[in-house]
Design a binder for this molecule. Structure first.
Ligand code: 26M
Length: 817
């Protein structure tokens, strides 16, 4: 097999200019004079794409020829964002492409902005999958990402009269140059129907599932190019299509609308991303989505395996399937069905192959987020998979009784069926027993998994749980999003860190170099000015780039405690008013994030942030010493502007509840100082940064659990702390919402009467730590030295490191690049 271009392409500006204009002319039918910025964007993407394809075909052929083991990363979400800059940068084409476009008076930066932000995910879990895809390509691990091609990604957020409004997102409206539809790569996916048995003398009973409905899963492939273009992998997203686009009989009988009903029902499966990340929706369509992409991916994996292998017995030697949370956990039952019912493998062998093939990553301990499905629904939609789950359950329980003396409660704790809440299938248990490895995403989270949700399964299989602390890709989150800092680092320590991010440690001594610190601070200042311009643009609010930029951006959730941050803003506001004589440190508090549409408290917090911002920003008594802004529609592209512009990163979740966090890593890598609790990966950041370089406060996970057991409420803390009491009184009495004074009384009552999230309990420690940061800002040399050390010491939190650990400890695949 040969690619069209057997000679390496030339990467100079002349060649690129020619190729871009060629695309403009022959793919878009435009002259350079008539081309709009959008046309340049398309033409640039197509020209860059050709170079990716060269590498993509080479990588795929190599993996095939070598029979290399492949990783299949199954995830309901891939929050990839924009791809053009990533591709150009990883191919080393930033300079020549900029120059090529400049010849026609076109600015690459503006071209890049026109690409829609692909938001096929909710937040951390989906973004982690995207960082992992980029790292697997960069580290040279042959891999497929498998997921869903949602027509509508995560909703667009607008704030109307202070409240979040969700608008449909339409990223595919103008086509998508990165994807290749593979009509020939399609599989039938069944739902419902009946299971029948076939008895043959002397043979085991065979089960045949006859689904009542069938839809077609069609592959859409996007190449993922690694650093320096060394390797490319495939992100394969499935779109649902009807088997028969139109029911001809129905159509011909005159029922033209009825003829389309089935087709609409099929396409509905991949129409929308569920916008909830903290509780399960429990809707049938969601279960259909989960099974649809799981089954399509497994059928594809089996097909590929059988093109070069005689049987499926060695499947686990050739593929590792990583389950990104429980969303694809039905795969365990579906692989068993495909092996046993379709490929006639014997049950015990199939079970061994299944466990050797799968591994599972858990991303949350929140009980309300653990996926369970009513047995009735499961049985109706997936009757054969339900039988298989019962069979697996029986075997697991038999083993537990026989080998580990489990009985009574311990047995019901490990059971795949929850019998206490109206019989439900527990997806976490299925993923656990069907995998050879189960991992948490930070050290603390992994230990808590062993003690809490998976305590009993951990006793049964004590070797199975291991830790893999998350990471972020330094290409997108430093090199591309912060070119100023990247250039400065290169001047200081050379280019080695671009290939090995842990070389950033060579910056460490420069924390003591006044000249370097000043240049570091100047880069930060320029990034803050860029953010100011964005805020001015979007919100018509002007902010002062010389103030501290104190930023909290992430999904809005009670456990993430944006409310604590807002209360601190109110308390600070009241202090500034009460003590004009004090030399307050100017601060801008910046928030962004989306609330799940059905999460009432989260939406109230957004509303409160807006109300507080309006009052504070317009109060002349504050003299611009404090500003509060809420930037709407947080997404990957906005994050790329925000991360480099922060002085303070807020990572203040109630201890024990944030599994890892990854925003914490992006901020610190870009030289922000973290104020945070001992939660998730903050704990490991403390270890890598040293305690002088991170600002930790508040209760620890064990103390939170203890207080909760003892029936803690917020009353005591509120009485003891006049600042907190006064801030809460103001919020509850309508100081910030005079049109509806009772608007926030519920939020405040919840702190007084319960304080489940330990906001009152942690307030004083939080306030004191913020004031320590204020004081430190006055000692800029010291502040900047800490900022430099943050960048220098964050290299370990690269997703390259995380991926190498997965490869070594879970997948057993050698990196090749
Ligand atoms: C479940 C059922 C129905 C609909 C949606 C869901 C669902 C979707 C996303 C549930 C959870 C989802 O995401 C959880 C998540 O993003 N967890 C975060 O994962 C990150 C990567 O490991 C961690 O860094 C964060 O701490 C963790 O909150």
């Amino acid at each position: 097999q040969r690619t069209l271009k057997s000679e390496p392409r030339r990467n100079d500006a002349d060649t690129l200019a020619l190729e871009i204009v060629e695309k403009l002319t022959y793919s878009l039918g435009k002259t350079t004079d008539a081309a709009r910025l959008h046309d340049w964007e398309q033409a640039t993407a197509l020209a860059v794409r050709d170079r990716i394809i060269d590498q993509w075909l080479t990588s795929s052929r190599k993996a095939r020829e070598e029979g290399a083991k492949r990783v299949c990363y199954l995830s309901m979400e891939f929050l990839i964002g924009r791809l053009l800059r990533d591709a150009i940068s990883n191919l080393g084409l930033t300079e020549p492409v900029s120059e090529a476009l400049a010849r026609y008076g076109v600015e690459l930066d503006l071209v890049e902005l026109l690409e829609p932000d692909a938001a096929l995910g909710n937040g951390g879990l989906g973004r982690l999958a995207a960082c992992f895809m980029e790292s697997m390509a960069s580290v040279g691990i042959p891999a497929f990402g498998y997921g869903i091609r949602y027509v509508h990604g995560f909703f667009r957020q607008e704030i109307v009269d202070g409240a979040q409004v969700e608008l449909p997102e339409t990223w595919l409206d103008h086509g998508n140059p990165w994807e290749f539809e593979r009509r020939e790569r399609s599989f039938e996916i069944g739902f419902g129907g009946k299971v029948s048995t076939l008895e043959e003398p002397g043979k085991a009973t065979r089960y045949v599932w006859r689904p009542a409905e069938r839809v077609l899963a069609v592959a859409y492939d996007t190449p993922v190019i690694g650093w320096r273009g060394g390797h490319a992998n495939t992100l394969r997203l499935w779109g649902a299509h009807p088997l028969d686009p139109i029911l001809l009989d129905t159509f011909n009988s005159g029922d033209h609308v009825g003829a389309l009903v089935e087709s609409n029902k099929a396409e509905a499966i991949t129409r929308i991303l569920y916008p909830a990340d903290s509780h399960q929706a429990g809707q049938e369509l969601r279960l259909r989505q989960e099974f649809f992409f799981s089954s399509a991916s497994l059928q594809d994996i089996i097909r590929r395996h059988l093109t070069t292998n005689e049987s499926l017995s060695n499947l686990a030697d050739k593929v590792s399937i990583q389950l990104n949370d429980t969303h694809p956990a039905v795969s365990v039952a579906e692989l068993m069905r495909l092996l046993v019912d379709v490929h006639q493998m014997d049950w015990d062998e199939a079970w061994a192959v299944t466990r050797a093939t799968f591994s599972y990553t858990n991303h949350t301990l929140l009980p309300e987020a653990l996926e369970t499905w009513p047995v009735q629904l499961f049985e109706r939609l997936l009757p054969r998979q339900m039988q298989i789950i019962y069979a697996i359950n029986a075997e697991v329980i038999r083993g537990a009784r026989a080998e580990r003396d489990f009985s009574g409660e311990a047995v019901s704790a490990i059971s795949l069926i929850d019998e206490n809440n109206g019989r439900r299938v527990r997806m976490g248990q299925i993923a656990f027993v069907g995998s050879h490895s189960v991992n948490g995403v930070s050290g603390l989270h992994t230990e808590l998994m062993k003690e809490t949700v998976f305590g009993d399964l951990h006793r049964l299989y004590p070797e199975r749980i291991q830790n893999k602390t998350n990471g972020v890709t330094p290409r997108r989150w430093l090199l591309q999003s912060n070119p100023g800092l990247t250039g400065l680092i290169s001047e200081a320590i050379g280019d080695g860190f671009r290939d090995d991010i842990e070389k950033l440690i060579e910056l460490d001594p420069l924390a003591q170099d006044a000249g370097f610190r000043e240049r570091f601070a100047a880069v930060k200042r320029a990034n803050k000015e860029r953010l100011c311009a964005q805020i001015e643009d979007r919100l018509a609010t002007s902010i002062d780039p010389s103030a501290i930029f104190d930023i909290q951006v992430k999904r809005i959730h009670e456990y993430k405690r944006q409310f604590l941050n807002v209360i601190e803003a109110v308390a600070l506001y009241e202090q500034i008013r009460a003590h004009p004589e004090i030399d307050w440190t100017p601060r801008v508090k910046i928030f962004a994030g989306k609330a799940a549409p059905s999460y009432a408290q989260a939406k109230e917090i957004i509303r409160l942030a807006g109300d507080v911002s309006r009052v504070i920003n317009s109060d002349p008594a504050v003299r611009n010493l404090l500003k509060v802004v809420f930037i709407p529609n947080y997404n990957v592209s906005l994050a790329e502007i925000i991360m480099p512009a922060a002085d303070i990163s807020e990572q203040i979740s109630t201890a024990g509840l944030e599994a890892s966090g990854t925003g914490n890593m992006k901020f610190a890598l870009n030289g922000a100082l973290t104020i945070g609790t001992l939660d998730g990966a903050n704990v490991e950041m403390l270890e890598h940064l040293g305690e002088e370089n991170i600002f930790i406060f508040g209760l620890k996970a064990g103390e939170v659990a203890e207080l909760r057991r003892n029936g803690h409420t917020g009353r005591g803390a509120i009485e003891e702390q006049p600042l907190l009491r006064s801030a809460l009184d103001s919020i509850a009495s309508g100081v910030f919402c005079q049109d509806e004074p009772g608007r926030y009384s519920g939020l405040v009552d919840a702190i007084r009467d319960r304080d489940w999230w330990m906001i009152a309990a942690d307030f004083k420690a939080y306030w004191d730590t913020q004031r320590r940061l204020d004081a430190l800002w006055g000692d800029r040399a010291h502040w900047d030295a800490i900022a430099v050390r943050n960048t220098a010491r964050m290299g370990w939190f690269s997703s390259d490191r995380a991926i190498r650990e997965y490869a070594r400890d879970i997948w057993h695949t050698p990196p090749s690049a």
